[in-house]
Design a protein around this ligand. Structure first.
Ligand code: NDP
Ligand code: OAA
Length: 390
């Protein structure tokens, strides 16, 4: 049995003039807005089958067929074609119900890090079997097979299915999570907003597909840039899915901000808390040092170089992605995958008392005075009872 609720903590937006700051009551409007944001799967009896299919280039594992222990599915890839009877072994174990996770841009740089974290249990936990539904395109189908091969060779016990495909209406069928990464990245000197013309349509199409075939309570995390606008486009094309289920990834900015504050204060980065990113995942974002804390103390009391906070710190977070592109020649991938893991974990586990995290959410009834009908990053808390089956 699992329940989740996401609410906004008591903090104030630096966008508000002190005279117009809202007085926050202990019952915030957003707690209702985000109620039941997540519905993790119910306990179930052990799975007795492991299988995987891909939509193209089937390869049946011949040797495995011959030994009589396994049966094959008709469209599948390598080891994931096998259907095992694990009943006897699993009588001693208890597993949660399989969750279906779609990842778009699955042959891209970010996914190359993320998929292995998902499959290892790092994200959803060590007793949570998962199925990965990988979305690519005609140009990436061979690469997707390569990804599936590497997943095979990793022998992840929790990875029960891997499907690859190019049609979102097939790949998104019944998914409980959709991690929408596939989109063109920017190059040196570009702003993320310049990607909208190229990438916007992807998220309109994928929103429609999710609306048609995904689990009605699917949680959608939009990573492809410009991610706030793409998340809004996606949710507007998916009217049957609650708008509160859509998120734009600003966790990477939160992590970057924590790192910069820790560096300046000379503390380890786990001492930085209550870090809010307000607004867009762009150079207009506001990393909020006013409400952040170091060892529980307001940042301004720990870091007395206020000029740096107001100028250097803010700009270092706003422009970190661009600087990284200059150095690497491509945009951040490994740290983005880590931040996707952090973002999901923050949604599916209770937020520590007094702290919060940042995520881009639909601004429907927010207490901070942010305009309505946007996807905007703000501080959120998750109240989740995620009861492990023992
Ligand atoms: N929100 C955040 O914090 C961050 C967001 N990003 C964004 O995530 C997205 C993916 O980044 P990353 O994985 O590094 O990118 P990659 O170039 O490695 O992969 C992107 C994938 O997107 C798909 N795609 C769809 N349309 C296009 C197109 N017009 N041109 C190129 N690829 C396209 C491709 O897959 P296929 O052919 O299979 O469709 C490609 O494999 C980018 O938009 C990037 O800006 C990156 C870092 C942080
Ligand atoms: O900078 C980019 O274009 C990629 C990205 O979003 C980031 O690293 O923050």
């Amino acid at each position: 049995m699992a329940m989740a609720e996401l609410s906004t903590p008591k903090t104030t937006s630096p966008f508000l003039q002190s005279s117009s700051r809202l007085r926050l009551s202990s019952k915030l409007h957003l707690s209702n807005h985000f109620r039941h944001l997540l519905l993790p799967p119910l306990p179930t009896t052990p799975n007795s089958k492991i299988s995987c299919s891909v939509s193209q280039n089937s390869q049946a594992p011949v040797a495995a067929q011959e030994n009589g222990l396994v049966k094959t599915k008709k469209e599948c890839y390598g080891v994931f074609c096998l259907t095992y009877d694990l009943k006897a072994e699993e009588e001693t174990k208890s597993w949660k119900k399989l969750i279906n996770i779609a990842v778009s841009g699955a042959a891209g740089m970010i996914s190359n890090h993320l998929l292995f974290k998902l499959a290892s249990g790092e994200v959803f936990g060590p007793d949570q079997p998962i199925a990965l539904k990988l979305l690519g395109s005609e140009r990436s189908i061979q690469a997707l097979e390569g990804v599936a091969m590497e997943l095979e060779d990793s022998l992840f016990p929790l990875l029960r299915e891997v499907d690859i495909g190019t049609d979102p209406y097939e790949v998104f069928q019944d998914v409980e999570w959709a991690l929408l990464i596939g989109a063109k990245p920017r190059g040196p000197g570009m702003e993320r907003a310049a990607l909208l013309d190229i990438n916007g349509q992807i998220f309109a199409d994928q929103g429609k597909a999710l609306n048609a075939v995904a689990s009605p309570n699917v949680k959608v995390l939009v990573v492809g840039n410009p991610c706030n606008t793409n998340a809004l486009i996606c949710l507007k094309n998916a009217p049957n899915i609650p708008a509160k289920n859509f998120h734009a990834l600003t966790r990477l900015d939160e992590n970057r901000a924590k790192c910069q504050l820790a560096l300046k204060a000379g503390v380890f980065y786990d001492k930085v808390s209550n870090m809010t990113i307000w607004g867009n995942h762009s150079t207009t974002q506001v990393p909020d040092f006013l409400n952040a804390r170091i060892n529980g103390v307001p940042v301004k009391e720990v870091i007395t170089d206020h000029k740096w906070l107001e100028e250097g710190f803010t700009e270092s977070v706003q422009k970190r992605g661009g600087l990284l592109i200059q150095k690497w020649g491509r945009s951040s991938a490994a740290s983005t995958a880590v931040s996707i893991v952090d973002a999901i974990k923050s949604l599916v586990t209770p937020t520590p008392e007094g702290d919060w995290f940042s995520t881009g959410v639909y601004t429907n009834g927010n207490p901070y005075g942010i305009a309505e009908d946007l996807v905007f990053s703000m501080p959120c808390r998750s109240k989740v009872c995620y009861i492990l089956i023992t």
